[in-house]
Design a protein around this ligand. Structure first.
Ligand SMILES: Nc1ncnc2c1ncn2[C@@H]1O[C@H](COP(=O)(O)OP(=O)(O)OP(=O)(O)O)[C@@H](O)[C@H]1O
Ligand SMILES: [Mg+2]
Length: 311
């Protein structure tokens, strides 16, 4: 956004391209961190931008000026954080706002039969958070949220370059490297790329060759943290539902699900079949869209939040 006029210049992928490259009057802002709002005004501007973009794309005949908005949040949000999402959406022009748990939305968006009397397990690795849930009869039975996710793996790579090569690399570089080479188990063909950064001692540019084996080593601690939480979740799941999961499998979604061989890694360490959902990055968004057709489910969820906040 433009620092002075506060005008949003770009959002999402387009804005990401500018990270670390903006002139003095333009700043790249991450309005959400660790799955919650870290900058209220920018979040509101972003939601406004998204609503406006939807309007520009839809036909002129069918234009909803004050739409209904559904937002997915980590299940551990506090009442204050949840209220902030509602307020930001309303100021941005929403007529009605529903807040849903990201894992539930991811499960629905992935086509899991959550209303049935069988256990469905979903693990959603986002940027700032990882959500793990076991869902049966439309309700979340076991639920865990970790404050680590894909962005933590990016930080792992930054730290690895610092410690091993005395080299400072940009956040976008580290993320690109993770996306290109990040894996949880050996690849059929391990790869190397040239990584450019700045030497921490001399301050001058430096380039090293880094391999997929090293990237795996760098991100492994975060993968292990998530693995432990998934084990805990399985342990807390009632035996009947565990036997369902042994058949249906663990579904993984979110951008982190695209780490190579993560499915194989978990099949080995969790002893359940693992399936990557179709288009993992948009599973939550697709789920929220589908929920629009299930207003009674949405209203039940909102009552759940309200009861929770009264306690
Ligand atoms: N192909 C890929 N391989 C590995 N990681 C990826 C890939 N594409 C995106 N990511 C990572 O996925 C994360 C973003 O995932 P996602 O969009 O699901 O998160 P989010 O829903 O915005 O965050 P949160 O759920 O924490 O609120 C980022 O850390 C990003 O680097
Ligand atoms: Mg998410």
């Amino acid at each position: 956004m433009n620092k002075r006029s506060k005008k949003v210049l770009a959002v999402g992928k387009e804005a990401r391209q500018m990270i670390g490259r903006t002139p003095a009057n333009v700043v790249a802002v991450k309005p959400l961190e660790d799955g919650v709002i870290s900058d209220f005004d920018t979040t509101q501007a972003m939601i406004y931008y998204l609503i406006d973009k939807t309007h520009r794309q839809s036909s002129k005949v069918f234009k909803v000026s004050k739409p209904r908005v559904i937002v997915g949040v980590p299940s551990t949000v506090t009442e204050v954080e949840r209220q902030a999402v509602i307020d930001a959406s309303k100021i941005a022009g929403a007529r009605q706002v529903f807040i849903v748990e990201e894992t539930l939305a991811a499960a629905i968006g992935s086509g899991l039969p959550i209303e049935e009397a069988s256990g469905n397990m979903i693990l959603d690795i986002g940027g700032g958070t990882t959500g793990i849930a076991v869902i049966s009869l439309g309700d979340v039975v076991v639920d865990k949220t970790l404050k680590v996710g894909g962005d933590e793996m990016t930080q792992d790579i930054l730290n690895y370059a610092k410690q091993k090569y005395n080299m400072l690399i940009g956040e976008k570089k580290a993320e690109d490297l993770k996306i290109a080479l990040g894996s949880a188990m050996p690849l059929e063909e391990e790869r190397t790329v040239d990584l450019q950064g700045r030497d921490l001692l001399s301050g001058l540019p430096k380039s090293v060759e880094i391999s997929s084996i090293e990237v795996r080593e760098a991100i492994m601690p975060t993968i292990e943290t998530i693995t432990q939480a998934a084990k805990d979740a399985i342990e807390e799941t009632p035996p009947e539902l565990v036997s369902d999961i042994l058949v249906s499998g663990l579904y993984i979604s979110g951008g982190g699900a695209l780490i190579k061989n993560l499915d194989k890694f978990w099949e080995e360490h969790l002893k359940v079949p693992v399936r990557i959902v179709e288009e993992p990055l948009s599973a939550v968004a697709r789920g929220t869209a589908e929920m629009l057709d299930h207003i009674e489910l949405l209203e039940r969820i909102q009552r759940g939040w309200d009861e929770y906040s009264l306690n």
